[in-house]
Design a protein around this ligand. Structure first.
Ligand SMILES: OC[C@H]1O[C@](O)(CO)[C@@H](O)[C@@H]1O
Length: 705
């Protein structure tokens, strides 16, 4: 445009006698050519320069000047004509001049309107560019803020990673894992006194019906006593989420002991009451109790554990299970309680963990995460943390929980249906469920429940087989202890892969040992060698189970979810664990009859599948905050939804942080307890480091980012 004006001006200044009779409109391009992007792709600002405006103004003036010159010429000509006598010529010339004058006037007018239109456009473009610039600055500031926030989070995390094991934390863990010990004890307790229980059933039957019970029938009664425990477990495990939300983690555990004491008492008094239905009922009730424990205990532990100890402390769950199992194996031997008179005591001893927990747990604090995120009782959460961390510096933990809360967008709790329908939660749920399956379908309980018969069938004497079985229990405890410190060093994923890989290899060796016996059974040396191989393979199978698949499923399921969906997710995963446990327990004898020497092959196949799944899908959760774990799934769920994006998360953080800095809203009628607590908390002062200052939002209302 500037060029066209100049051309016009130059023409005028060059003294062109006749002003050009065309409209400058044709020459003016409305969109300036030099507004756009530079080579680097950077947006340049076009400002309608003063020079442009001056040029246009000059052009206008020069046109006006010409008009006045021409009108002066015209008047001069008219004067001349009045004086002269060339009447006709004058009239023609006059007409011509008038026409020219009219055209020139039109041209000037059109140029004028064109100029003002261009001016308007230029103002609009300038405004647009200003808006773009403003938004750019806004984004830049936001990015800086997010960077600062990340840096701050990183520093906070480093401080969290320095936390240690305090006396009170150890005490709370010990009190809670009594629930898992109860589970282990009741899983193993029924095996050793099997014969004695069957004798009791035969006696009761004979007294009731006056005749001997058939072998098949007594087997059925005994298997009901064994398996009804798992049915109770499924029920308890599935209700765990609801109980955890309703009564809290600690509250739920305390209440659960009522079931523990009732179930154990029913089993303990079965013989005196001379009624085997009481045993069924007792096993069912203790099953519900154990199911609830498997949901509540890992949840409580993962929620009270500091970030850097979460893996190790989570492994204590499985340690307690194995101690419970070993205890039941040892107490169940003939020399102790595995007798016709001793078995009710053996079963009734399940009251001990329940009573012990009832005594120890009340002194422990409720899960601070539950108090803060689910209940919004900040001061109580602070108090609980101060006791667990043995320090008044708990603001890092509070901030970390707040971050988790923000990241999960303040969903206090999530129903089972919501959990199953949510695309973001589907991936962690699948991982949680497959991890539980990898524990149970690895075949560990085939070894546990049937190890004595497995050992005898591979050539060991009955006596040695019993000792080898006990050895399994002891190895399990020892190896779980060994894996405990590795959990936060090597990481869950790596240990799970080692565990499943080792189990896969030794499950193949177990099959090989069976096959050697089949094909070389006539060679005595081969039989000896095969028995040795069989025992070593089975023990190694158990060792690798303890390395990872024993404990990791319990702790990782709780880790994969934030506070809202955690209870429901635990409930589903635990239900799956109990179901798979039940299926293996019930199905293994038939599987053994059907597949004979290849009994362990299906487990090898499962182990291979679980190894691949873990390798491909399971993320490492070691030293990650719940917020970070959540982000792993948000970023990789394959959907491009803005709500699920990291930017959205950061923006939510910004908005929430901003809300915290705003003056409090006018008081609303709220629950009294909450109210007084929040007062206390503000009186207590936000002693901790506040997040970095947030830039004030300046997005223009019409801004389109
Ligand atoms: O230690 C072995 C035991 O551990 C569990 O897998 C639970 O973690 C039980 O099903 C099994 O009997």
């Amino acid at each position: 445009m500037r060029q066209s004006c100049h051309r016009l001006l130059e023409h005028q200044q060059a003294g062109g006698e006749e002003p050009p009779l065309y409209s400058p409109v044709d020459q003016i391009s409305v969109v300036p050519e030099h507004v756009g992007r530079e080579a680097g792709g950077k947006l340049t600002r076009y400002a309608p320069t003063e020079e442009d405006e001056a040029t246009l103004r000059e052009l206008l003036l020069s046109l006006q000047r010409q008009v006045s010159v021409m009108s002066m010429n015209l008047s001069a000509k008219l004067d001349e004509l009045q004086r002269g006598d060339r009447q006709l010529e004058t009239t023609v010339a006059l007409c011509e001049i008038r026409t020219q004058l009219q055209e020139l006037t039109k041209s000037v007018e059109s140029c004028q309107s064109e100029v003002s239109e261009v001016k308007r456009d230029m103002v609009a473009i300038k405004q647009e560019l200003d808006t773009v610039q403003q938004v750019k600055e806004e984004i830049e500031e936001l990015r800086e803020y997010v960077d600062r926030l990340e840096e701050h989070t990183q520093r906070r995390k480093l401080r969290l990673l320095e936390q240690g094991l305090t006396f009170f934390l150890s005490y709370a863990i010990l009190a809670a894992v009594l629930g898992m010990l109860q589970f282990g004890y009741n899983t193993g307790v029924i095996n050793a006194p099997g014969r004695n229980i069957e004798n009791f059933m035969k006696d009761v039957y004979k007294d009731r019906y006056g005749k001997d019970i058939q072998d098949d029938a007594v087997n059925t009664l005994y298997s009901i006593a064994v398996s009804i425990f798992a049915i109770g477990g499924m029920l308890g495990g599935f209700s765990g989420g609801m109980i955890a939300n309703r009564f809290g983690r600690k509250g739920g555990l305390l209440l659960n002991n009522i079931l523990g004491i009732s179930g154990a008492s029913l089993m303990g008094f079965t013989k005196i009451s001379h009624c085997y239905e009481m045993l069924f009922f007792g096993r069912f009730i203790i099953g519900v109790n154990c199911g609830l424990n498997t949901s509540l205990v890992p949840m409580y532990i993962s929620e009270i554990a500091p970030l850097n100890l979460r893996g190790g402390l989570g492994t204590v769950n499985q340690l307690a299970v194995t101690v419970g199992l070993l205890l039941s194996q040892v107490l169940g031997i003939e020399q102790i309680l595995g007798t016709d008179d001793g078995w009710p005591i053996l079963l009734g001893l399940a009251v001990c963990p329940a009573i012990l927990q009832l005594l120890l747990l009340p002194a422990c604090p409720e899960s601070p995460r539950y108090l803060l995120i689910t209940r919004q009782w900040e001061e109580e959460a602070r108090r609980a943390l101060r006791r667990l961390r043995a320090s008044n510096q708990v603001e890092e933990d509070i901030e970390e929980m707040r971050a988790e809360e923000r990241a999960q967008q303040a969903e206090a709790s999530i129903s089972m249906r919501e959990l199953l329908c949510s695309p973001t939660l589907r991936a962690p749920l699948l991982i949680g469920v497959v991890m539980q399956l990898s524990q149970q379908l690895s075949g560990i309980n085939a070894v546990f429940y049937y190890s004595t018969s497995l050992f005898t069938s591979s050539g060991l004497t009955e006596e040695s087989a019993k000792f080898a079985t006990m050895g399994i229990g002891a190895i399990m405890v020892g190896m779980t202890l060994v894996s405990l410190p590795l959990m936060d060093r090597t990481g869950r994923r790596t240990l799970h892969l080692y565990g499943l890989g080792g189990m896969f290899i030794f499950s193949i060796f177990i099959t090989i040992s069976f096959l050697i016996k089949e094909f070389f059974g006539y060679v005595q040396e081969m039989i000896d060698w095969m028995s040795y191989l069989s025992v070593v393979s089975t023990l190694s199978f158990v060792v690798f189970f303890a390395v990872g698949p024993g404990s990791i499923p319990w702790l990782i399921t709780a880790e994969l979810f934030s506070q809202g969906p955690r209870p429901s997710a635990m409930a589903i995963a635990v239900l799956v664990n109990w179901m798979a446990n039940f299926v293996v327990g019930i199905g293994f004898p038939s599987m053994k009859a059907l597949l004979e020497n290849y009994t362990f092959l299906p487990f090898s196949v499962f182990l291979a599948i679980f190894w691949i799944f873990t390798y491909k899908k399971v993320p490492e959760t070691k030293n990650k905050t719940f917020e970070e774990i959540l982000a792993l799934f948000r970023n990789s769920n394959g959907r491009d939804s803005f709500r699920d994006s990291r930017l959205y998360g950061s923006m939510m953080n910004c908005v929430n942080a901003l809300e915290q800095q705003l003056p409090p809203p006018p008081p609303a009628p709220v629950d009294e307890k909450h109210d007084s607590l929040s007062e206390q908390s503000s009186a207590g002062g936000e002693a901790g480091r506040p997040p970095p200052p947030l830039p004030p939002p300046r997005f223009p209302a019409t801004g389109n980012v």
